[in-house]
Design a protein around this ligand. Structure first.
Ligand code: DX5
Ligand code: ZN
Length: 215
C-alpha cells in the first residue's frame, strides 16, 4: 500500500509560537508542513506570506507544502521558491487556463514540486489535461478560506476521477475537514496526502492524531 503523507496545516497552530508548534508535529510523525497563504482576494481571509515561509524554513527539515490561495500566483512563485517552499500548489481558478501550462512549467523550473488545486465547485475534468505535468493535485474538501470547516463528502468522489486519469506517481492530496474518519474515505478513493489543521492541533495527543490518519 502507498504510504500516506500527512501534512499538518499550521493555520491551526499558535502563530505566536510557530517554531514550537512546527517542532511539535515534526517530532510526532508529520511528513510535510502545510502552509496556507491567503490574500483576501481569492479567498476572504488573509494569513501569511513570503517572510513567514522564509523564517519557518530555518526551523524545520520537513518539506514545506505551500498552498497558495491567492490571485495571480505567477507573480509570487519565484519569491516563495526562494523563501524555501518545496511544493507550490496554485489554484486552477486563480490563473487563466491558457496561462496555466507556463505557470506550472515555471514552478518546476525552479526545482519545486508543482501542485494544482480545485475548489469544491470545480469539475475535475477541467484539469485532466494538466495531470501529466503535475507532481500533485489538491482536491479541496471544503471551500478554501478557513480552518475548522466540515468535510464535503461529494468532493471525495473527485479523487477517483483524478486517480483513474493519472500515473501512479501523482500525489493526490485532500484538504479541509480531515479527521480519522474522513481520511479513510479519501484514502479509499485514492488520496495519498492528507492535510489536517484542527484535527491535529486541537488533539490532546498529537502523535496519536497523526498516526490515526495513516491507518
Ligand atoms: C482551508 C485551508 C486548510 C485548513 C484546513 O482553506 O486550505 O489547509 O487549514 O483546516 P482543517 O483541517 O481544520 O479543516
Ligand atoms: Zn490548505
Amino acid at each position: 500500500m502507498t504510504k500516506v503523507i500527512v501534512s499538518p496545516s499550521i493555520l491551526s497552530a499558535d502563530f505566536a509560537n510557530l517554531e514550537r508548534d512546527i517542532k511539535l508535529v515534526e517530532s510526532n510523525g508529520a511528513d510535510w508542513i502545510h502552509v496556507d497563504v491567503m490574500d483576501g482576494h481569492f479567498v476572504p481571509n488573509i494569513t501569511i506570506g513570503i517572510p513567514v515561509v522564509k523564517s519557518i524554513r530555518k526551523v524545520t527539515l520537513l518539506p514545506l507544502d505551500v498552498h497558495l490561495m491567492i490571485e495571480n500566483p505567477q507573480k509570487y512563485i519565484e519569491d516563495f521558491a526562494k523563501a524555501g517552499a518545496d511544493i507550490l500548489t496554485i489554484h486552477f481558478e486563480a490563473v487563466k487556463k491558457e496561462d496555466l501550462r507556463s505557470v506550472i512549467e515555471h514552478i518546476r523550473s525552479l526545482g519545486v514540486k508543482a501542485g494544482l488545486s480545485i475548489k469544491p465547485k470545480t469539475n475535475p475534468q477541467e484539469i485532466l489535461e494538466f495531470l501529466p505535468m503535475l507532481d500533485l493535485v489538491l482536491v479541496m474538501t471544503v471551500e478554501p478560506g478557513f480552518g475548522g470547516q466540515k468535510f464535503m463528502p461529494d468532493c471525495a468522489e473527485k479523487i477517483k476521477i483524478i486517480k483513474s486519469n493519472s500515473e501512479s506517481e501523482l500525489i493526490i492530496q485532500v484538504d479541509g475537514g480531515i479527521n480519522d474518519e474522513t481520511a479513510k474515505i479519501c484514502i479509499e478513493n485514492g488520496a495519498t496526502s492528507l492535510v489536517a489543521g484542527n484535527y491535529i492541533y486541537k488533539a490532546d495527543d498529537v502523535k496519536n492524531a497523526i498516526e490515526s490518519l495513516k491507518l
